[in-house]
Design a protein around this ligand. Structure first.
Ligand code: C2E
Ligand code: CA
Ligand code: CA
Length: 653
């Protein structure tokens, strides 16, 4: 109890308004409030001290030549000396940078100084009033009233300092008046008490309002910096923290690690299970992230499912790797949300100050590149930035820049790869595959430039061009041959796609049934509703739809039942392994049976050996595609290829 009240007095003297029933707040904010309060007091201090010196001088002049002159000079020299010191100090500290936070002790010192000044002025009426002439009494009364009013005004942001300053002057004045043997004492005492109360109330009201304003200012500043969903710092706050952390690390010659962390399959989860569940998952992920990091690590949510961690201090690669591992482990456990178990796939990129960069932008670029490697290149979920990444990033930037003009500069072309019908041993059509011949870098594989086209949105134009070029080519072929074109996820979101295909078909004069679009499962997972609508419209036009790379993604057999599919393309990886791996062979066989029951044709991709082709024939696969049948060729090689339509398979027999 005793300690509590001691703490209460401490709070009081530190300018905390809780003592008066004012707004209360947490200590870091209280430190900021003190800084604001003191800075205003300091701004006024030099002027107030000048007033002290002038008033003291006026008083000495009033008593000049009287017997009290020496006493008055002694009293005044005390005030003048103290005022000069305090005034000069206040001036120099006001000119230096305003601190963001001020300790309790600083405010307590200020309150003590206010009290000492007040006491000195309070002594004035006690020492001089009773023996003075009435003219001097008027001077003393004016000076006391002036000091009370001026002091209360200049300390109004720290009410306790105003009290510490004015109270001794009130008391001194009251004592002096009580000594005067006069009947007016009582009304004067009542007046003084009334003035004092009014003044105190005004000062407190101002102090409350001032503090309240600072608190709400701080709260709105905090809101700007906080992510509403996870209550973690947001990108805005992260940028500030990163800048500060880099400055600190550089100044003290220390290392700093930046980790960028992403829930890779978040978008899919969001699309499949809806926003509410995805949000709940992010909140849980943020909680796990808090648990698996140290107090000193600073976490932020940047956007979507991307989080960043600034790790200062011990940044040995081993420790950072174990921190990253702790995070991936924490995220690996299933998320139980609304009775469902959701699983997250996470990737983490890491970069260091100073080895990878010493400015925020550069560091972010590095960590982004490392994360990109972790996410897309299958190199493992935790990746540290390395200089070779930099080259990869530079190449990517160059490709990004050049792809924009590739179409206009005629650098894109289509290669056509044949499908072989296993029943008739005849070529049934070709798949159109994009090729980019870069003027300086040579042939760029589609696996490299198509993701760039998707990210930049260039895929819409390029995809449209591919459909058009493929249809124009196919229109020149015998009419039992089809052309297959690949569509990417991004294209399905484009409402203009369907119209584009319709117009292209009529302009090229190609029967719609001769066009096939190939989509991958990832397309379906990411945009099931969009995909269904689009596929149905395409079927309505008689354009056929093939499901590409079957078996590599989530491989849900429900797609086969729910979608208007004409064809299933078994991924190359199954074909490669089916002769050596019994499980693989069983999968291939049962997939073919299931597809046939659903009246869906099956094409096996990536057939490279006669043995594979033999096996596929035995299990009644409909078509084969692969280097054995034919590599992708330029359009002008197709007539020659068609002239020997089944040459390869005949040669084999
Ligand atoms: P995909 O649709 O699965 O295309 C088949 C890929 O396998 C082609 O690679 C082809 O050259 C290759 N391939 C064919 N037979 C064999 C074989 O026997 N052995 C091996 N090892 N590989 C074989 P490519 O041309 O590099 O295309 C890669 C991917 O790029 C394609 O995979 C497709 O997803 C995408 N792509 C290509 N053209 C386009 C396009 O016009 N639009 C879109 N959105 N994506 C395209
Ligand atoms: Ca394909
Ligand atoms: Ca494929």
């Amino acid at each position: 109890m005793q300690r509590l009240s001691a703490a209460g007095v401490g709070d009081l003297l530190a300018g905390d308004l809780r003592a008066f029933g004012g707004p209360s707040t947490v200590e870091p904010l209280a430190g900021r409030i003190r800084a604001e309060q003191i800075s205003i007091v300091l701004r006024n201090t030099p002027l107030v001290m000048v007033a002290n010196i002038l008033n003291a001088a006026i008083f000495v002049m009033a008593l000049w030549g009287s017997p009290e002159q020496t006493k008055a000079m002694l009293w005044a020299s005390g005030i003048i000396a103290a005022a000069a010191v305090v005034g000069l100090r206040a001036r120099s500290s006001f000119q230096s940078v305003k601190p963001r936070s001020v300790s309790r002790r600083t405010t307590q010192n200020l309150v003590r100084n206010a009290f000492l000044f007040g006491t000195w002025w309070g002594a004035l009426p006690v020492l001089f009033f009773s023996g003075a002439t009435s003219a001097v009494q008027v001077v003393i009364t004016c000076l006391s009233a002036g000091m009370i009013a001026g002091g209360a005004a200049s300390f109004s942001t720290i009410p306790i300092a105003a009290v510490a300053y004015t109270l001794p002057i009130f008391i001194g004045s009251a004592v002096a008046i009580a000594w005067v043997e006069d009947a007016v004492n009582l009304p004067v005492a009542i007046l003084i008490i009334t003035y004092a109360t009014t003044l105190l109330r005004a000062v407190l009201a101002h102090g409350f309002e001032f503090t309240q304003r600072l608190i709400s200012q701080a709260e709105s500043e905090r809101a700007i910096r906080r992510d509403v969903l996870t209550r973690l710092p947001n990108r805005f706050s992260f940028n500030e923290r990163l800048e500060n952390a880099i400055v600190n690390a550089t100044q003290f010659d220390q290392k700093l690690a930046l980790l960028l962390f992403n829930l890779d399959n978040f978008k899919n989860l969001n699309d499949r299970f809806g926003r509410a569940m995805a949000d709940a998952l992010l909140v849980e992920a943020a909680a796990r992230l808090r648990k698996s990091t140290r107090e000193s690590d600073s976490i932020a949510r940047l956007e979507g499912a991307e989080f960043a961690i600034i790790a200062p201090g011990d940044c040995r690669p081993d420790r950072i790797r174990s921190l990253a591992k702790q995070i991936t482990d924490a995220m690996r456990a299933p998320f139980l949300i609304e009775g469902r178990e959701l699983y997250c796939k996470v990737s983490i990129g890491v970069a260091f100050v100073p080895s990878d960069g010493s400015d925020a932008n550069q560091l972010l670029r590095c960590v982004d590149t490392a994360l990109h490697r972790a996410t897309t290149l299958g190199a493992g979920p935790i990746q540290f930035f390395s200089a070779s990444d930099d080259e990869a990033a530079a190449r990517r930037h160059a490709l990004e820049r050049d792809l924009a003009s590739a179409l206009a500069n005629d650098q894109l072309s289509l290669a056509f790869q044949p499908f072989l019908d296993l029943g008739s041993d005849r070529i049934r059509g070709f798949e159109a595959l994009l090729r980019w011949h870069h003027p300086t870098l040579g042939a760029i594989p589609p696996s490299e430039f198509i993701p760039i086209a998707e990210e930049t949105g260039l895929i819409h134009d390029i995809g449209q061009w591919a459909v058009r070029t493929a249809c124009l080519a196919a229109a020149q072929w015998p009419c039992d041959l089809r052309v297959a074109v690949n569509l990417s996820v991004v294209q399905l979101k484009n409402k203009a796609l369907l119209d584009g295909i319709r117009t292209t078909l009529s302009e090229a004069g190609l029967e719609p049934r001769r066009l096939e679009v190939e989509i991958t499962e990832s397309v379906l997972i990411a945009n099931f509703e969009d995909a269904i609508a689009l596929l149905e419209s395409l079927s309505f036009l008689s354009v056929t739809v093939a499901l590409d790379d079957f078996g590599t993604g989530y491989s849900s057999l429900t797609y086969l039942r729910k979608l208007p599919l004409s064809r299933l393309k078994i991924d190359r990886s199954f074909v490669q392994d089916m002769l050596t791996d019994a499980d693989c062979a069983a999968i291939v066989r049962s997939l073919i049976d299931l597809a046939h029951e659903l009246r869906i044709d099956v094409t096996a991709e990536g057939v490279e050996t006669p043995e594979q082709l033999d096996y596929l024939r035995r299990v009644r696969c409909d078509e084969a595609q692969g280097y054995l049948i034919g590599k992708p060729v330029p359009v002008d090689e197709i007539p020659a290829l068609l002239r020997g339509r089944s040459v390869r398979s005949e040669a084999r027999e």
